[in-house]
Design a protein around this ligand. Sequence first.
Ligand code: ADP
Length: 256
Amino acid sequence: MSHTDPGNARPLLRATDLQKSFGEHQVLKSIDLLIGKGQVLALIGPSGSGKTTVLRCLNGLEIPDGGEVAFDGGPAVAFAPGTTQKQAQVLRTRSAMVFQNYNLFPHMTVLENVIEGPLQVQRRKRAEVVAEAESLLARVGLAEKRDQYPHQLSGGQQQRVGIVRALALKPSLLLFDEPTSALDPELVGDVLRVIKELADEGWTMVLVTHELAFAREVADEIVFMDQGVVVERGHPEVVLRTPQNERTKQFVHRLL
Ligand code: ADP
């Protein structure tokens, strides 16, 4: 466990006053997040509380209506109604997302899935990208699957490909959106083990999860959201063992 004080690590990402509505529904009300380099932030909360939307806003997949996101203390991307995908493009280069349902391209092999982003988006050299992809696949025990298609793999294997695909982009920040919730229980452990290894190696990550025991093991900070606001945040042992807010208490007691 590497529970350092989030206040002591050099900030990698600062999100301030993020707001997002879909029609009349205000899904994010005013979200502030500070993530130190090498830290793991676990985002928990009931379904519909806005966790996925936070990840998508950090990644520029969704454009917030207001607020700011800044990496490494660099210039902030400031959002307002009318901010374009292009203006948020810089965020896409800094983080990579691992999706709940893997989101692999079904018509591409494992290797092609992994090298697509580095080749097409980052315009890197094919030989170098393939070599890196092979070594990442070997790392998660999938070297021999490189020429298979996603449908030939188990859910756990597909998700490990999803993680490798994110790593291949060499992002500063990994975003995990309930990475194990679509998996059969016996396949969850393999995926959590990979995530734990990445955390131990010093990757900075935001992890949306219902696996509270895992969050306690791996996270430096837990942020509990409900109805588009951060209700409580702090050290995992504190938030999970002695939650202060009534909504956090109910949520944690139901799942732990
Ligand atoms: P969580 O990840 O905590 O389950 P989400 O961020 O997925 O929550 O969703 C928060 C709320 O925003 C939900 O009520 C959801 O229906 C709504 N929502 C999310 N994405 C969209 C969208 N593209 N259009 C309309 N409503 C959305």
